[in-house]
Write a protein that binds this ligand. Structure first.
Ligand code: FAD
Length: 454
């Protein structure tokens, strides 16, 4: 008889996992808290654009969905930095110009995955189903029907919590002894704005270069913009929730659109001129919070398991949350196939493989925030990136920049972190040695000159 799985959450991870498990012969019961998005052709929630890279592409390819889902995605082979003056600097992500991350709307991606899951004969999807409780030993989950009330208990060989950063499945696990949980909020929040398409211009219908991830690095804050197929850009402002002492640079101080406009005139003037709906967007779009969640174990009772943000919410600055969630789905289905008669062992193996990688990408994502908002504006940073690209081009076996390992490769995140730390140490030592050589040379020169003058 086919094994039964109940998946709570039909977001990115839940929908993809449903496809994988259905094809592996499971009977899949996929339940989503929200209403059915397919009638209105839009998944509720924020209009976020995602950067999908090698790991996400590989996972979609495995489901046979790469070309269908990514056909409208827009290539972004590099970053375009916008200075306050409006001056632009393009920096390629990799020494290989073929390498690009892809911009796609989260809603479109989710919808396409849901449709693909619904097309699988042994997937049953239901909406308005909020998971409220879990019994991991019995493989039993409770769902509340949010449309008409009432509660239902469902049993399965495996219950998967794919219910996102604020996972209800995880919070039931938290009630158990031995469950470690750590949640840290970022001091910065985010708000979406829109750059509108244009009728004419060098990139029309795009108001700026479409094949780039645009960044306005401003020290403690930044804005980014990702292109959409209709010519618009979805911009995301990352500002502190609370302004620093003596500054008025946070969402607390800049809540009113008129103040926001004045701030934009100073800090993001080129972008403001392309935002005809600025006042309404600024007033209407809420400020979101970002957090990192680390927990362990990712299971309880041997018949329940977490995937995606439910297991490891991370901040979005490496563009890897969805990519990592897709990798989880691959790892879980592989592990279940390796242990066809022992689900508890499969879950243990899956967690052993994924947890160090989730921790590594969480750390790299936090570090990348500082790089994006602060260092990308510095000449030294750009020079260092150029050196890294040169080293990679001529010594690919010895040196691979972190960005390449994370975004254009699928080596485990933990290996990418460890290798990039070793490379950083070597580069810094070489730079210091070179600097030491210059200083020593300078001292010798001065001595020689002084000796000559004496
Ligand atoms: C501003 C921002 C930018 C980002 N940019 C990127 C990027 O560039 N690249 C990238 O890879 N990632 C990015 N991410 C991260 C990415 O969006 C997430 O990592 C990804 O959506 C995680 O997928 P998931 O399926 O685990 O969770 P979600 O996509 O959040 O899906 C969870 C689903 O579970 C449902 N649900 C919730 N509670 C329940 C319940 N109790 N019962 C049943 N269903 C429930 C929800 O309605 C939702 O449909 C970004 C995130 C943010 C906030």
């Amino acid at each position: 008889m086919a094994k039964r799985v109940v998946i709570a959450g039909a977001g990115l991870a839940g929908s993809l996992l449903a496809i994988y498990l259905a094809r592996a012969g499971w009977q899949v019961d996929l339940r989503e808290r929200r209403g059915d998005p397919r009638s209105r052709n839009f998944v509720q929630g924020r209009s976020i654009n995602l950067a999908i890279s090698a790991r996400g592409i590989k996972a979609l390819r495995r489901a046979g969905l790469e070309s269908h889902i990514l056909q409208d995605a827009i290539r972004m082979p590099g970053r375009m930095m916008h200075a306050r003056s409006g001056a632009l600097t393009f920096q390629q992500y990799s020494s290989n110009p073929e390498h690009a991350i892809l911009s796609i709307s989260r809603s479109a991606l989710n919808l396409a995955l849901l449709n693909a899951a619904a097309a699988e004969p042994n997937v049953h999807i239901s909406f308005d189903q909020r998971c409220s409780d879990l019994d991991g030993e019995r493989g039993r989950a409770t769902f509340v029907n949010t449309a008409c009330g009432g509660e239902e208990q469902v049993e399965a060989d495996l219950i998967v919590g794919a219910d996102g950063a604020y996972s209800a499945v995880r919070s039931t696990m938290q009630r158990r002894e031995g469950f470690d949980f750590e949640q840290s909020w970022l001091g910065h929040g985010y708000k979406e704005l829109t750059i509108a398409p244009v009728a004419s211009g060098p990139h029309a219908p795009f108001a700026m270069e479409p094949n780039a991830l645009h960044i306005w690095p401003r020290g403690s804050s930044m804005m980014i913009a990702l292109p959409n197929p209709d010519g618009s850009f979805t911009c995301t402002l990352f500002w502190p929730h609370q302004s620093a002492d003596g500054a008025a640079d946070g969402f607390d101080a800049i809540a009113d659109p008129a103040i926001g406009r004045r701030h934009f005139e100073r800090e993001y003037a080129d972008a403001l001129s392309m935002m005809p709906t600025f006042d309404a967007d600024f007033a209407d779009n809420p400020v979101g919070w970002m957090l990192t969640i680390r927990c362990r174990p990712w299971s309880s009772g041997g018949r329940s398991v977490l995937v995606g943000d439910a297991a490891h919410a991370i901040v979005p600055f490496f563009g890897q949350g969805a990519n990592a969630s897709f990798e989880d789905c691959e790892a879980l289905v592989d592990s279940l196939e390796r242990h066809p008669t022992d689900i508890a062992a499969a879950i243990r193996d899956y967690e052993r493989a994924r947890k160090p990688n989730a921790d590594a990408i969480a750390e790299m994502a936090l570090q990348n925030f500082i790089e994006m908002r602060d260092r990308t504006a510095s000449r030294l940073f750009l020079a260092r990136k150029s050196i890294e690209h040169l080293l990679h081009r001529f010594l690919p076996a010895l040196f691979t920049p972190r960005y390449d390992m994370v975004s254009f490769d699928t080596i485990p995140y933990a290996d990418a972190l460890a290798k990039s730390q070793r490379q950083d140490a070597v580069l810094t030592a070489v730079a210091l040695a070179a600097l030491g050589g210059v200083v020593a040379g300078g001292v010798l020169l001065v001595r020689a000159l002084m000796a000559g003058g004496a």
